[in-house]
Ligand binder design. Structure first.
Ligand SMILES: Nc1ncnc2c1ncn2[C@@H]1O[C@H](COP(=O)(O)OP(=O)(O)OP(=O)(O)O)[C@@H](O)[C@H]1O
Ligand SMILES: [Mg+2]
Length: 459
């Protein structure tokens, strides 16, 4: 607009100047020689030309430059100013464009670092929170949101005490802000769920000195603590379980040495007890080793295509004698002779464990049935008994190591409480699943699903 006004103004000036001069001179009756007239005309056009081609382009360039510079912040330094290479302003505009190139490169590098930092923070397995020297939350990553149970919106810009639900964490932050010391502490939080956090707090120094705030890094160690607790419970359980038969062996051996060995009947009875207890000890150690090998993936399963009927009959033969002694009826029901891919020895081990439980925990006169049912993707094998049954509250713990419903009775029967833990691991190694239904006093049914195909078996 300014440019247009200028142009009109100078045109008007030039248009008025020469005829005006001529008119003034004519009115004053001053003879105007042709040379003067032509000279005046040339001067007028020269003046116009000088102003139009000399001054206006500069003004125009300045005008464009101002408009361009005003627009830069919104365009993130990506625009450049185009110019006439022959104009006087060309070197200046070139220098300006080069400066803009540099700024754009620096801005891109800065943006790239920012993006890297954001993705690093967001994908970290630890929670990170940054606070200013007054305890205001400046930054939280995704994991911190999850651990603290609050969203960024609720946290950022607010005092940590007001924003978070964790009083103890707030106290640690205040301690770090006041002392300027770096430290770590384990903390149990109860919101949004119970968790054990390993919290590291470090003061941040400002480049010029002085307090810059605090950075809080939180690791979720709930699972580690749970496993540690399980391990120590397991060690305590193993020691207890091993000590029971050992105490019996030691006690009876001492009694024999104290003189009981001279009575043949007592000697025979005590030696039988010692043999029974050491058998149990031997079996328990064997099963523990087996379980630990299966759990740690050291046992390689030898998968083959097997016909269930043949293998189920073989397992039934193994428990036949014991079942007869206990006056139990054994029945096998096989539908369509299912074929599955399984390790034959481990398959028998699973079924033998379930059948021996059924035999052990079914009173004389009871019935034990073994079913095999074909499914499009595998087969169900069920062991059903009319035994003592299992209380509902014990069902979720049945597959834990050393878990026994009635400890005294199970120990009496020589049980170690490891059988079902082994069964569960073996079934999982076959990519199958195990379910149990039971009615106290009426009987139990253990059902195992075996998939038809194993993922690592060649065609
Ligand atoms: N068919 C069943 N009927 C009733 N209770 C059962 C049955 N099967 C298992 N149980 C209960 O589950 C517990 C755990 O069984 P598991 O087979 O793991 O151990 P166990 O039989 O005591 O010892 P072992 O390791 O020698 O098999 C048993 O002690 C018993 O209380
Ligand atoms: Mg058992």
């Amino acid at each position: 607009m300014r440019r247009l006004i200028w142009r009109i103004f100078w045109f008007a000036m030039a248009a008025v100047f020469v005829p005006g001069l001529f008119a003034v001179l004519s009115v004053g009756r001053i003879p105007v020689p042709a040379v003067v007239l032509i000279g005046g005309l040339l001067l007028g056009s020269g003046l116009y030309g000088a102003i139009y081609w000399g001054l206006i382009p500069h003004l125009r360039t300045l005008d464009e430059l101002t408009q361009f510079l005003q627009k830069i912040p919104g365009q993130r330094f990506t625009q450049r100013l185009y110019h006439d290479p022959l104009s006087e302003a060309a070197p200046f505009i070139r220098a300006l464009n080069q400066l803009l190139d540099q700024i754009e490169i620096q801005m891109n590098i800065g943006e790239e670092y920012r993006q890297r930092l954001i993705s690093l923070l967001e994908n970290m397995a630890s929670g990170v929170m940054l606070l200013d020297p007054r305890g205001r939350i400046l930054l939280v990553n995704a994991m911190a949101e999850r651990l603290l149970g609050s969203s960024r919106k609720e946290l950022i810009g607010r005092q940590h005490i007001a924003a978070s639900h964790h009083y103890e964490l707030g106290q640690l932050i205040d301690r770090c802000l006041q002392s300027g010391q770096r430290f770590k502490q384990e903390l149990t939080v109860y919101y949004p769920q119970e968790r054990v956090l390993d919290v590291h707090l470090s003061p941040i120094a400002r480049p010029g000195g002085g307090k810059g705030g605090v950075v809080v890094v939180m690791h979720d160690i709930t699972e580690i603590r749970r496993l540690e607790r399980l391990r120590s419970e397991f060690v305590a359980n193993v020691s207890h379980e091993l000590r029971t038969p050992l105490t019996a062996v030691k006690g009876f051996a001492e009694t024999l040495l104290d003189g009981a060995m001279h009575e043949p009947e007592t000697l025979q009875a005590f030696l039988e007890i010692i043999l029974h207890e050491s058998d149990r000890l031997h079996r328990m150690i064997g099963e523990l080793l087996d379980l630990s090998k299966i759990e740690s993936g050291q046992v390689r399963l030898d998968f083959r295509r097997i016909h269930l009927k043949e293998h189920l009959e073989a397992v039934l033969r193994l428990v036949h004698v014991e079942a007869e002694e206990r006056q139990l009826t054994l029945q096998l029901h096989v539908e369509d002779d299912p074929v599955i891919e399984a390790d034959p020895d481990r398959f028998r081990q699973i079924l033998l464990n379930l059948l021996s439980n059924a035999v052990t925990y079914t009173p004389p006169g009871g019935k034990i049935e073994l079913f095999a049912e074909s499914r499009p993707d595998g087969a169900w094998v069920r062991v059903r008994d009319t035994g003592i049954g299992i209380p509902k509250e014990d069902l979720p713990h049945l597959f834990e190591r050393f878990y026994r419903v009635d400890k005294a009775r199970s120990r009496e029967s020589g049980g170690t409480g490891l059988g079902l833990a082994i069964v569960k691991h073996l079934v999982e190694a076959h990519h199958g699943r195990i379910e149990v239904e039971s009615e106290l006093g009426s009987g139990s049914q253990f059902s195992v699903f075996f998939p038809a195909r194993q993922p690592d078996m060649p065609e």
